[in-house]
Design a protein around this ligand. Structure first.
Ligand SMILES: Cc1ncc(COP(=O)(O)O)c(C=O)c1O
Length: 370
C-alpha cells in the first residue's frame, strides 16, 4: 500500500535523540527546546517561539494568552479540522464560521465582515493544505475592526504569502508538528509571535502559571502544555531540512499536476500567483464528470494499493456543535461541496517519482473504466 504520508527521518534525528538519553535531558528543560523555538520562530520572521505539546494546544494557548474568554466570538472557516473551534470552546468563546473560497479552499475574506459583532475578538485564518490565505484582505479587516489575527498555520510550514512566511504575518501563528506535517516532533506544536508580552504569557500559561517570584503560587489557572527536550530534539533535526522537504513536496505536487491535468473530472489544487503553496497534502476534487462518486473512487484506489483520505467535514455539520447550539441552520455551500468531493493522495516528502506515476496511471485506468 502506498501510504498517504509517512515521517521522513534522517541521521541527526537519531543523534539528537540519543544525546537526550545519554545526557538525561528527556523532560521539558534542555538545550533543544530553546534552540528549536529560536530557529523555528526566526524562520517565520517572528521574534519568539513557544513550543507546546500539539497544534491544538498551541491554538488554545494563543487564544488564552490574548484573553479570549467567555462570551467572546472568534471568526474562522467552517471547512477545517476541529482543533481551531475546540480551542475557542476551551476558552468559553464561540466559534463563528465562514464559508470558503472555491479555488484555494481557504476562508473567504469577502464573507468575514458580515460576521463581525461587538463580541468578536479575533479572526483565525487557516492556511488549508499548505495554501496561504488572502492575508492582505484579512489583515485589513482585522485592523479596521481592531481584531487580533491568529494564523492557524498547522499545515503550512514555510508557505509564503507575498514573500512572507505564514505564521509571522498576523499577531500570532500556531503550528503543528504531528507525524504527517512538513516537519515533525512525533507530536508537538508552537506558537510564534513578535509580541513579547504575548510570548511571555504563553510561556507562563503553558507551565501551570507558576508565579515567578513565589514558587508554587498561582494567581490564575494554567496548563501543562510543555514540549519535551526529546520532542524538540526531533523537531530541530527535522527543521534543519525544512527547505529540502518543502522542495520535495512542491516537486511531487507539480509532477502530479503534470500527469493529472488531462484527466477529465479531476480538479487540481491551485497556487495563486502571489503565494507559495507548500502542498502539505496533495489534494484534488472529484468532479461531477469523473464518472463515479468520491467514495467509490477511493475504494478503487485502495483496491490498487493506494491510500487516500477524505477532506475535513465542515464544523457547522458537526453533531457536537449542533447539540451545543453553536451552529444554526445556516448553509455553507462551498465548504460543503469541497468536503463532499475532496480527497488527498499519497503526499509524503519521501514519495518516489515511480509511486506518483503508478498512482496517476491507476487514476487514468479507473477513469477509463467508469
Ligand atoms: C489546520 C489545523 N489546525 C490544527 C491542527 C491540530 O494539530 P495537532 O494535531 O498537532 O493537535 C491540525 C492538525 O492536523 C490542522 O490541520
Amino acid at each position: 500500500m502506498i501510504p498517504v504520508c509517512t515521517p521522513f527521518l534522517g541521521k541527526n534525528e537519531k543523534k539528537y535523540l540519543l544525546d537526550c538519553v545519554e545526557t538525561n535531558w528527556i523532560s521539558s528543560s534542555g538545550k533543544y527546546i530553546e534552540k528549536f523555538e529560536d530557529k523555528f520562530s526566526q524562520y517565520c520572521h517572528a521574534k519568539y517561539g513557544v513550543a507546546t505539546t500539539s497544534g491544538t494546544t498551541a491554538l488554545h494557548l494563543a487564544f488564552a494568552a490574548v484573553g479570549i474568554n467567555k462570551g467572546d466570538e472568534v471568526i474562522m472557516p467552517t471547512f477545517n479540522i476541529a482543533s481551531t473551534a475546540f480551542a475557542a470552546l476551551y476558552c468559553g468563546a464561540k466559534p463563528v464560521f465562514v464559508d470558503s473560497q472555491p479555488d484555494t479552499w481557504n476562508i473567504d475574506p469577502q464573507r468575514i465582515e458580515r460576521k463581525i459583532t461587538k463580541k468578536t475578538k479575533a479572526i483565525v485564518p487557516v492556511h488549508m493544505y499548505g495554501h496561504p490565505c488572502d492575508m492582505t484582505a484579512i489583515m485589513r479587516i482585522a485592523r479596521k475592526h481592531k481584531l487580533i489575527v491568529i494564523e492557524d498555520a498547522a499545515e503550512a510550514h514555510g508557505a509564503k504569502y507575498r514573500g512572507k512566511r505564514v505564521g509571522g504575518i498576523g499577531d500570532i501563528g500556531c503550528f503543528s508538528f504531528y507525524g504527517n506535517k512538513i516537519i515533525t516532533c512525533g507530536e508537538g506544536g508552537m506558537v510564534v509571535t513578535s509580541n513579547k508580552r504575548i510570548s511571555d504569557r504563553c510561556q507562563n500559561l503553558k507551565n501551570l502559571s507558576f508565579l515567578e517570584e513565589k514558587r508554587f503560587w498561582h494567581k490564575e489557572i494554567g496548563f501543562n502544555y510543555r514540549m519535551t527536550n526529546i520532542q524538540a530534539a526531533l523537531g530541530l533535526a527535522q527543521f534543519e531540512k525544512i527547505d529540502q522537504y518543502i522542495k520535495m513536496r512542491r516537486r511531487n505536487a507539480l509532477f502530479y499536476n503534470s500527469l493529472l491535468k488531462d484527466i477529465r473530472g479531476i480538479i487540481l489544487p491551485v497556487e495563486r500567483p502571489d503565494v507559495k503553496n507548500i502542498y502539505w497534502m496533495y489534494s484534488v476534487l472529484v468532479g461531477r464528470n469523473f464518472g463515479m462518486s468520491r467514495d467509490e473512487f477511493m475504494k478503487r484506489l485502495k483496491g490498487m494499493g493506494i491510500e487516500s483520505r477524505i477532506f475535513f467535514i465542515p464544523m457547522h455539520q458537526q453533531p457536537v456543535l449542533k447539540k451545543m447550539k453553536i451552529v444554526s441552520k445556516e448553509k455553507f455551500p462551498i465548504a460543503e461541496d469541497i468536503a463532499r468531493r475532496g480527497i488527498y493522495l499519497p503526499s509524503g516528502s519521501g514519495l518516489k517519482k515511480k509511486e506518483i506515476e503508478y498512482v496517476c496511471d491507476c487514476i487514468r485506468k479507473i477513469r477509463r473504466k467508469s
